[in-house]
Design a protein around this ligand. Structure first.
Ligand SMILES: [Zn+2]
Ligand SMILES: [Zn+2]
Length: 128
């Protein structure tokens, strides 16, 4: 088994150990999706601080490899809904999520219609 050198801290590590540590912390992530060669600690830290360019997901819509952190902020910037990429039941890049949101979350045109309830509290009755 070959030792790897961590991109971040320069520590020597075995990939299997790093993977175990990483999956213990993030069971839903995939260690091999990490772009950089990172030891367990640094990999966990990178996800924790939401570093961009470290972890790539594959879009289930277009098979594109994308950075979920970057695409999430792109998505939130353009989306009309107050949701993020992780609110979708599939792994989607920003482009696909923006296309899909209209199907999965149909926009109600009168969603923001303000109901005008004029509450007139006229206190005419003063008792002295
Ligand atoms: Zn490291
Ligand atoms: Zn996509």
């Amino acid at each position: 088994m070959d030792k790897n050198i961590c991109d971040q801290c320069g520590k020597e590590f075995f990939e299997e150990d790093a993977e175990d540590e990483f999956l213990l912390e993030y069971p839903l992530h995939n260690y091999s999706n990490l772009v950089r060669c990172l030891c367990g600690d640094c990999a966990i830290q990178a996800i924790l601080v939401e570093d961009t360019g470290v972890y790539m997901e594959t879009c289930e819509g277009c098979n594109k490899s994308f950075d979920p952190i970057e695409d999430d902020s792109t998505y939130r910037l353009h989306s009309k809904l107050d949701i993020g990429l992780d609110d979708f039941s599939r792994i989607l890049c920003a482009d696909c999520a923006l296309e899909v949101e209209l199907d999965e979350y149909p926009l109600e045109s009168d969603f923001d219609e303000i109901e005008e309830d004029e509450e007139e509290d006229e206190d005419d009755e003063y008792t002295f």
